[in-house]
Ligand binder design. Structure first.
Ligand code: FES
Length: 161
């Protein structure tokens, strides 16, 4: 993917080309592109004056960062045992059908990336789906549309369930 390096330069200018601002820089770059493009990391290394390997180490260390292209919203469905027996796999199937992606893929409009994981540590709420860090417990096929609509309409902050 080719990116607009001017956008990266603007972010660097905002924070200053300072090694101490590295994490803030990477957070803003991820907000801009929804992941950390290789060209952007290279540009940061050049401008900040640190070895590229150091920038990659920071990018890999923090779970919040993604080095692979992903959508604006990250949908994570739990397929651990407790969630699986309560229908976690059906949630993944339904999301795959609705969004036309498989787990690990991003929608064509770059709005959603779907991923499946094993146990999110809140088994009593199963089946569990997490969107951008917000947990939705006791998910059902009928609730999925409602949750997706919130994110499609940019109302992801409000949760009236
Ligand atoms: S099995 Fe899903 S949260 Fe533990």
């Amino acid at each position: 993917m080719t990116i607009e390096l001017a956008q990266v330069d603007t972010i660097i200018a905002k924070h200053g080309a300072d090694q101490r601002a590295l994490i803030s820089l990477l957070l803003d770059i991820q907000d801009q592109f929804y992941y950390l493009p290789q060209d952007a990391l290279q540009r940061v290394a050049e401008q900040v004056g640190v070895p590229p390997v150091q920038v990659y180490q920071v990018a890999r260390f923090y779970k919040a960062f993604s080095l692979k292209p992903r959508g604006k919203h990250l949908l994570t469905v739990c397929l651990g045992t407790a969630c699986h027996v309560r229908g976690g796999d059906r949630l993944v199937d339904q999301l795959s059908r609705l969004l036309h992606v498989s787990a690990g893929e991003t929608t064509a409009d770059k709005l959603f990336t779907l991923q499946a994981v094993n146990c999110l540590g809140c088994c009593a709420l199963g089946p569990v789906m997490v969107v951008d860090g917000t947990y939705y417990g006791k998910m059902s096929a009928t609730k999925i549309d409602k949750v997706l609509d919130k994110y499609r309409n940019g109302k992801e902050i409000a949760d009236d369930d």
